[in-house]
Structure formats: C-alpha cells, structure tokens
Design a protein around this ligand. Structure first.
Ligand SMILES: [Fe+2]
Length: 138
C-alpha cells in the first residue's frame, strides 16, 4: 500500500520506461513516512529496492517474477547485490520484513486484479499513525 509512495513525493516524479537514472523513490518514501509511521513500516519502504536486489542475488527463481518495469529499474538500481551487500542487508533488523513486502509487491502486479480501494485502508492507516504518535506499538 505504501512502499511506492516515494514516486509521488520526491522531486524526481514517477517511474518512466525512458528513465536512465534511479530516482531513489525508496529513500524518498521512507523519508516522507518516518515522522508518522513506526520503524518497521518505514524500513520496509526504504528497503524495498534493496530487497529486490537482495532477492535477485539469493533466490534463483525470483528474477523471473519481476515485472518488465522492475527489470528495467533493477539495472538502474545497481543490479543484484554482491556478497558484501547481501551481508550488509542482513544486518538490518527489518530485512526479513522488507523481503516479505517485496514478495507481496511482485504478487500484486496482476493487471485487472480486484483489490480494495485506498479508502478502505484509511482506518487502518489512521490507527497506526495515531498509535505511533502516542508512543504505542502498532
Ligand atoms: Fe518501488
């Protein structure tokens, strides 16, 4: 629901197949959410590109599940992680959650799939934001 919010909040705009540089929407998304959401959510957003690069390096079946847009941006984002990057990624306490979000992301890229609307998730988002503001765990 939130992981690509950085496409709409950064100065670089949304993805285009003509892009020749990474627009760092992962970092932009984490930055815009950080004041309002708990670290696990912020890190899943911030790490969702890294999780793609991680999965491409560690799961031989994963690359075949990428959309054409994700294959294109993978090359702009540095390609699959090397062994050093994999080890560094695994040090993040939220890396497993970020991988889970990434796998859900690939599963959701089905044209014409029936989904709930953004409005349906507003009460959940409001509850998480309110609990975070009150210092309570989500
Ligand atoms: Fe993304």
């Amino acid at each position: 629901l939130l992981h690509d919010i950085g496409h709409y909040t950064s100065e670089f705009g949304t993805y285009s197949p003509e892009d020749v540089e990474d627009k760092h929407h992962d970092e932009a998304g984490g930055e815009v959410l950080a004041p309002f959401f708990p670290p696990v959510i912020v890190e899943c957003v911030r790490l969702h590109v890294a999780a793609k690069r991680y999965l491409c390096a560690t799961d031989p079946t994963y690359f075949g599940r990428l959309s054409p847009a994700s294959v294109h941006t993978l090359s702009l984002q540095g390609g699959p992680m090397n062994a050093e990057e994999v080890a560094e990624f695994r040090k993040n306490p939220f890396h497993e959650e970020a991988v889970r979000v990434r796998i859900w992301d690939e599963s959701g890229k089905i044209a014409n799939m029936k989904t709930r609307t953004f409005r349906d998730y507003v009460p959940l988002l409001q509850r998480v934001v309110t609990q975070f503001a009150a210092g309570k765990p989500a």
